[in-house]
Ligand binder design. Structure first.
Ligand SMILES: Cc1cc2nc3c(=O)[nH]c(=O)nc-3n(C[C@H](O)[C@H](O)[C@H](O)COP(=O)(O)O)c2cc1C
Length: 356
C-alpha cells in the first residue's frame, strides 16, 4: 500500500474509560497534521449502528478496548455488520490491560480481538495494513485495584509516543502487524473469549450495585455508553445489555458503585455446592450424558447446562439482591463484602479526563 491508495481516513471507536478514545484522538491528530481528511466517530453515539456509510478509497480504523480476550460486543457486532470494502484498507487497534511491575511494563492479552476482527475484515474485502495492541492502564477494577497515578502516567507517556509512531507508519502507506507477535498465546486463550462472550459478560453485568452512598444523581444512567442502566425502584439496575466497560463505576462522583464480590462468591458457591450436585448426582445427568453421547457431546452438553444454570441463577438472584438493597443492613452487608468499597482498591479515572 502506498499513501496514494487512500484519500480519507475514518476512525471508529468505542471506549469505556477513555483509553481507546485517547488512542483515537492521537491517531486523528497525526492524520490532521499530515493533512489527511479524517472523521472520528464514537460508535456508541451513532443513532443507527447497522449501516455506517462507506466511501471508496477510505482508510478505516477500528479502535476499542479488549474485553474478555475479544473486542467488546458493541464493536464486534458493528464490525460484523460493516459494509464490504470498496477498494479500502483497514487497521485495528485494541487497548489492553497494561500494568507495571517495578520498571517493567507488562502487556495485556488480546485473544481474538485482533485475529477475529482481521478475519472478518479480510472476508469483507479489506486490505489489513495495521494491527496494533496498545497497553494502557487496566480499567478492570472489578478484578484488581486501580493502578497508581505514577504508573498510569508512565503508561500514557509511553503509549502516546508509540501510537504516534504507528500512525506515521500507517499514514505514510507502510504496514505494521505488531499484534501478530502474540499469535500463539492469543490462539491458546481464544476459547476463553468464546466463554466470555456467551456467559461471562452477562455475569459481570449482574455484579454491579449502588451502595447507600448513591445520591440518585443519575450520572451513571445518563453517561452509560450503551444505555444499559435503568432506574428500578429508585435505584440503578444493570441490565444484560451492560458491556462492563467500567464507565459507571469509575465515573461515579460518590464512588457509590461497587462490584458485589461477596454476593458473587455466594451465588457461585450455591450453584456448585447445591444445584450442580442435585442436577448431576441426584438427577443422574452425568450418567445420562455418558450413556447417550460421546466425549465431545458430553463437553458441549455440560457447557450448555452449566451456562444456563449460571445465567438463570444470576438473573434471578440479581433481582433478589436488587430488591433487598433497599434495606440498610443488607446494603451494608453487600458493600462491606465488596473489595471495591475499600480505599486501597482505588478507581481508574485518569482516562476519563482530557489529556493532550
Ligand atoms: C470487562 C473487562 C474485560 C477486560 N478484558 C481484558 C482482556 O481480555 N485483555 C486485556 O488485555 N485487557 C482487558 N481489559 C482491560 C481493558 O481492555 C483496558 O483497560 C482498556 O485499555 C480499557 O479501555 P477503555 O478505557 O477505552 O475502555 C478488560 C477490561 C474490562 C472492563
Amino acid at each position: 500500500m502506498d499513501r496514494a491508495s487512500f484519500d480519507t481516513c475514518r476512525l471508529y471507536y468505542f471506549s469505556g474509560t477513555g483509553n481507546a478514545k485517547h488512542v483515537s484522538e492521537w491517531m486523528k491528530s497525526e492524520a490532521d497534521s499530515l493533512g489527511i481528511p479524517t472523521t472520528l466517530t464514537a460508535i456508541s453515539e451513532l443513532t443507527d449502528r447497522r449501516k455506517p456509510e462507506m466511501t471508496s478509497r477510505a482508510l478505516v480504523g477500528f479502535i476499542a478496548p479488549t474485553h474478555g480476550f475479544n473486542f467488546p460486543p458493541i464493536m464486534f457486532h458493528f464490525i460484523l455488520r460493516f459494509p464490504r470494502a470498496k477498494n479500502n484498507s483497514a487497521f485495528i487497534m485494541n487497548t489492553r490491560a497494561g500494568m507495571k511491575a517495578g520498571k517493567i511494563f507488562l502487556p495485556g492479552l488480546s485473544g481474538l480481538a485482533q485475529l477475529f476482527t482481521a478475519l472478518v475484515l479480510l472476508f469483507k474485502g479489506y486490505r489489513i495494513v495495521g494491527m496494533r495492541p496498545v497497553d494502557l492502564p487496566s480499567n478492570w477494577i472489578s478484578l484488581h485495584p486501580g493502578l497508581k497515578q505514577n504508573v498510569i502516567e508512565s503508561l500514557f507517556k509511553k503509549r502516546n509516543a508509540e501510537v504516534h509512531q504507528f500512525a506515521q507508519t500507517i499514514f505514510s502507506g507502510k504496514k505494521d502487524y505488531k499484534a501478530l507477535y502474540d499469535i500463539v498465546q492469543d490462539l491458546i486463550i481464544s476459547p476463553i473469549a468464546i466463554g466470555y462472550y456467551l456467559i461471562g459478560r452477562f455475569i459481570i453485568a449482574k455484579s454491579f450495585v449502588a451502595s447507600s452512598d448513591c445520591n440518585r444523581c443519575g450520572l451513571c444512567i445518563k453517561q452509560c455508553p450503551v444505555q444499559a442502566i435503568k432506574w428500578v425502584a429508585d435505584r440503578p439496575f444493570w441490565t444484560f445489555n451492560c458491556e462492563s466497560c467500567m464507565h459507571c463505576m469509575n465515573g461515579c462522583q460518590k464512588k457509590a458503585i461497587e462490584t458485589a464480590h461477596g454476593y458473587i462468591a455466594l451465588v457461585i458457591f450455591i450453584i456448585n455446592s447445591f444445584i450442580f450436585v442435585w442436577l448431576y448426582r441426584n438427577l443422574s445427568l452425568e450418567a445420562f450424558f455418558a450413556q447417550h453421547f460421546n466425549k465431545f457431546g458430553i463437553e458441549i452438553l455440560t457447557f450448555v447446562v452449566d451456562g444456563t444454570v449460571y445465567l438463570g441463577m444470576f438473573f434471578i438472584s440479581y433481582r433478589v439482591l436488587h430488591f433487598f438493597m433497599r434495606y440498610r443492613w443488607f446494603n451494608k452487608l453487600v458493600v462491606y463484602t465488596s473489595f471495591t468499597h475499600y480505599k486501597f482498591w482505588r478507581r481508574y479515572v485518569y482516562g476519563l479526563h482530557a489529556h493532550k
